[in-house]
Design a protein around this ligand. Structure first.
Ligand code: OAD
Length: 254
């Protein structure tokens, strides 16, 4: 079905021209990324083939209760992931989004990833809605600090009050930072185009940004290796690897 400016709805398309057209016309773009964008850097995703949640139970490691029960086991898992992340570099998908930030007048990058690779690629302002694995937070006084040490002392302590520190990430059952979330919602509502990259769209409230965009009349483009619960209602669903497709999306047509 042909829709707005000749854009085709609801189809997986190998042809990037309709998405390029949407982006060329946009003055304001919001992007949501998930674990898929870091997969080509060598970071395991959570779900799907090779996904971390096939090997581990999320509730054993990524909940406040898990930390209370056994902070050392929880930190072992985060330290192991910090070890993987300390060695990886951004890939062409991350660099393409850093380039977009420089070229698109209003550009907001929202990420569910805690790996810090968008900032490393050069994005200046990233809304890290699930926090950062490189931040530690004292559970006693609430102080937060950056720490890239690997391996960590498995029961890290706050330098100010001596309290136990936890990873500065959002766990299942916890609320997102309200200011960061409000900024993400504002950016999506005011965008001309909302691009959703490499997320299985199963974790809320991140997955609610696409329905929000739709209700605000924002055009939605999804890029993923495989169909997701969003694919049926987005304007364009692009099937492919973000590291290959993103660098080609803002180029003039060939
Ligand atoms: P998932 O692991 O659930 O989904 C990754 C998605 O990326 C899948 O839909 C893959 O098909 C897709 N994918 C994999 N490689 C890709 C590539 N090269 N190019 C494009 N797409 C690719 O990860 P998220 O949706 O990010 O939260 O997971 C959301 C949240 O669940 C995470 O932030 C984390 C997790 O539990 C917390 O820990 C709170």
């Amino acid at each position: 079905m042909r829709d707005w400016h000749g854009v085709t709805r609801n189809e997986h398309c190998a042809d990037l021209e309709p998405a390029r057209l949407l982006l060329r016309q946009a003055r304001s773009v919001a992007v949501l990324t998930g674990a898929g964008i870091s997969a080509e850097s060598g970071v395991p995703t959570f779900r799907g083939a090779g996904g971390l949640w096939k090997q581990f139970r999320a509730e054993d490691l990524a909940t406040p209760q898990a930390f209370e029960r056994d902070p050392r086991a929880c930190w072992e898992w985060y330290d192991w992931r910090r070890g993987i992340l300390a060695k990886v570099r951004p890939n062409p998908g991350h660099y393409a989004l850093a380039d977009w930030e420089r070229r698109i007048p209003q550009f907001t990058l929202i990420t569910q990833n805690v790996d810090g690779l968008h900032a490393e690629a050069g994005n200046r302002s990233v809304l890290e809605i699930h926090g950062s694995i490189w931040i530690l937070r004292c559970i006693a006084c609430g102080r937060e600090w950056k720490d890239r040490t690997f391996p960590l002392d498995l029961l890290p302590r706050c330098g100010a009050c001596g309290g136990l520190a936890r990873p500065g990430v959002v766990w299942f059952g916890e609320n997102l930072n309200p200011e960061i979330w409000a900024a993400a919602e504002r950016a999506v509502r005011s965008a001309d185009v909302f691009l959703v990259v490499g997320t299985s769209a199963q974790v809320y409230p991140a997955a609610s940004l696409a329905p929000l965009a739709r209700s605000a009349g924002v055009r939605i483009v999804e890029l993923n290796l495989e169909p997701t619960p969003l694919s049926g209602f987005v304007d364009l669903a692009l099937a492919g690897r973000s590291g290959e497709i993103l660098p080609r999306l803002l180029l003039p047509s060939t």
